[in-house]
Design a protein around this ligand. Structure first.
Ligand code: IMP
Length: 194
């Protein structure tokens, strides 16, 4: 099956390709479709954004497409930063600035600060078939940054089972337990039933 991965993020393509080796998939990236316009991620939910990206890629390429949207949801902040995770400290904010804003917002609340990374993957075909998959990694936000791996909020996201932040865990462990990996495993199991 031909499958377009609807992201320009090289890290995500690599991660998805690595997991898709188990099936008979011919994986394409958006690099093959340079004229596809950037989709504005203005949805209120991860699902809305993932669907928007997958639909656009499927219609434009004429092939089934897979897109993901993800972010950090913190209980004390009623689920924020959520869909705004990438730009929590403002448009174009760096990872360090987003983490700083998160810690500032959380400071008035008593720890432990329960949180989860959420990921929704959307599969869409050009003729309008759609399916959603959901992955979640639970943990806690800590006030000090620990570790140098990963990206985003990884240095302050503690995974209790390991007693380490995602930025302290080797990438192969993160890629096994992450919200994205969990969603992707469901996608693959489902695709193989088609
Ligand atoms: P997107 O799915 O690329 O739109 O990611 C949205 C934002 O959520 C990222 O820019 C990060 O701030 C955050 N995020 C998503 N997944 C992770 C992760 O695995 N680790 C750390 N931050 C993440």
């Amino acid at each position: 099956m031909d499958l377009v991965i609807a992201t320009r993020n090289a890290g995500k393509i690599k991660e998805i390709k690595a997991l898709l080796t188990h099936g008979d998939f011919c994986v394409h990236s958006l690099a093959e479709f340079p004229n596809l316009k950037e989709v504005e991620e203005d949805g209120e939910t991860f699902a809305a954004n993932a669907l928007k990206k997958a639909r656009a890629a499927a219609v434009f390429s004429g092939m089934p497409a897979l897109a993901d949207d993800s972010g950090l949801c913190v209980a004390a902040l009623q689920g924020r930063p959520g869909v705004h995770s990438a730009r929590y400290a403002g448009e174009g904010a760096s990872d360090a600035e987003n983490v700083a804003r998160l810690l500032t917002e959380l400071a008035p609340y008593p720890a432990p600060w329960h949180a989860a990374f959420e990921c929704v993957m959307a599969f869409c075909t050009p003729d309008g078939k759609e399916q959603l998959f959901h992955g979640r990694l639970s943990g806690r936000i800590i006030a000090e940054r620990r570790g140098a791996n990963g990206f985003g909020y990884d240095p302050v996201f503690l995974v209790p089972e390991y007693g380490k932040t995602l930025a302290e865990l080797p990438l192969d462990i993160k890629n096994r337990i992450s919200h994205r990996a969990q969603a992707l495993r469901q996608v693959i199991a489902w695709l193989q039933t088609l």
